[in-house]
Design a protein around this ligand. Structure first.
Ligand SMILES: NC(=O)c1ccc[n+]([C@@H]2O[C@H](COP(=O)([O-])OP(=O)(O)OC[C@H]3O[C@@H](n4cnc5c(N)ncnc54)[C@H](O)[C@@H]3O)[C@@H](O)[C@H]2O)c1
Length: 273
């Protein structure tokens, strides 16, 4: 299905990342991927030794997971909170004559969740609010902007992002600040779908997925009981990362006329409660 198609996959931390399942499925369907991971770039300023060590370890883990799970695919450092890093990344792809038929935005960060405990919204600082919004929502706009500015993202491409039900409803999961960023991400999806559909024939969709504790982000946020509760509330039980991968790959299909959707791959969880 994806002969001669290439997709950008953001958000792989390790083999359990949701984005890894998507990357694998694209390759299984005959496509190629470029994967980006968080690491130290020349655009980072005043990094503490601790932050530098964290980012270096993250990139090492990312690279080895990609190598082990996907084989010989392109890897690049990308911190989506740094506009200069995004711009340089897009320029480098252009310089290498690399074009993209789509991208997966699978990046999120919220420092107000620690040890599965969430700060009340009333206590969230402006920096915490803006950092979460920048990484988890606004980055979709900037990434798309720079890839289009360099003619890397092709006409007719497909963009997908990942969200969850807490963007719309208060749930029992420990989310507050990040829910607001996810609501923004979903609204960005709709606005970009209109702009880019008209200007470039590009589709933009977001998929809300079941609570998943297997990834680093999921494990830092969720308790086992949360996942068991959503499993029992969902008519079909929790969806699996592979279910998500099938849906994203479907939305990546060339020529599909689906755009501006906020879809659910959650076993029907969203209709309950
Ligand atoms: N795990 C769940 O329950 C669940 C459910 C629905 C949606 N999602 C969403 O799926 C996406 C992927 O999450 P996951 O569960 O696979 O966890 P994950 O920890 O594997 O992925 C999160 C990724 O975000 C990256 N990231 C954070 N800050 C970044 C930055 N500044 N620049 C670049 N990358 C950065 C991390 O390095 C990591 O690769 C996220 O958007 C998440 O909100 C997760």
């Amino acid at each position: 299905m994806f002969k001669n198609s290439r997709f950008l996959i953001t958000g792989i931390a390790d083999k359990h990342s949701l984005a890894m399942y998507v990357a694998k499925e694209i390759i299984a369907q005959g496509g190629t991927v470029i994967c980006t991971g968080l690491g130290v770039s020349k655009h980072h300023e005043n990094l503490s030794d601790k932050a530098k060590a964290f980012l270096s370890q993250n990139f090492t883990d990312f690279k080895s997971a990609v190598h082990n799970e996907l084989g010989d695919v392109g890897v690049e450092i990308l911190d989506v909170s740094l506009d200069a890093n995004i711009q340089e990344f897009a320029q480098n792809l252009k310089a290498k004559n690399i074009t993209l038929n789509g991208l997966l935005h699978a990046v999120a960060m919220d420092k107000t969740i620690r040890n599965k405990k969430v700060k009340p919204l009333l206590e969230v600082t402006k920096d915490e609010f803006c950092d979460t919004m920048n990484v988890s929502a606004y980055s979709l706009i900037r990434l798309t902007h720079h890839l289009l500015a360099q003619d890397v993202l092709q006409k007719g491409a497909s963009i997908c992002a990942l969200s969850y039900i807490a963007a719309e409803k208060v749930t029992f999961h420990p989310y507050r600040n990040i829910s607001i960023a996810k609501a923004a991400l979903e609204r960005i999806t709709v606005e970009l779908a209109d702009e880019l559909g008209r200007s470039h024939g590009i589709r933009v969709n977001t998929v809300r997925f079941s609570p998943y504790i297997g990834s680093k982000a999921g494990n830092a946020t969720l308790n086992v009981d949360d996942v068991l509760t959503s499993d029992s509330l969902s008519p079909l039980g929790n969806a699996t990362p592979q279910d998500l991968a099938y849906e994203i790959v479907h939305l990546f299909r060339p020529g599909l006329h689906i755009s501006g959707e906020i879809r659910h791959v959650d076993g029907g969880y969203h209709i309950t409660g």
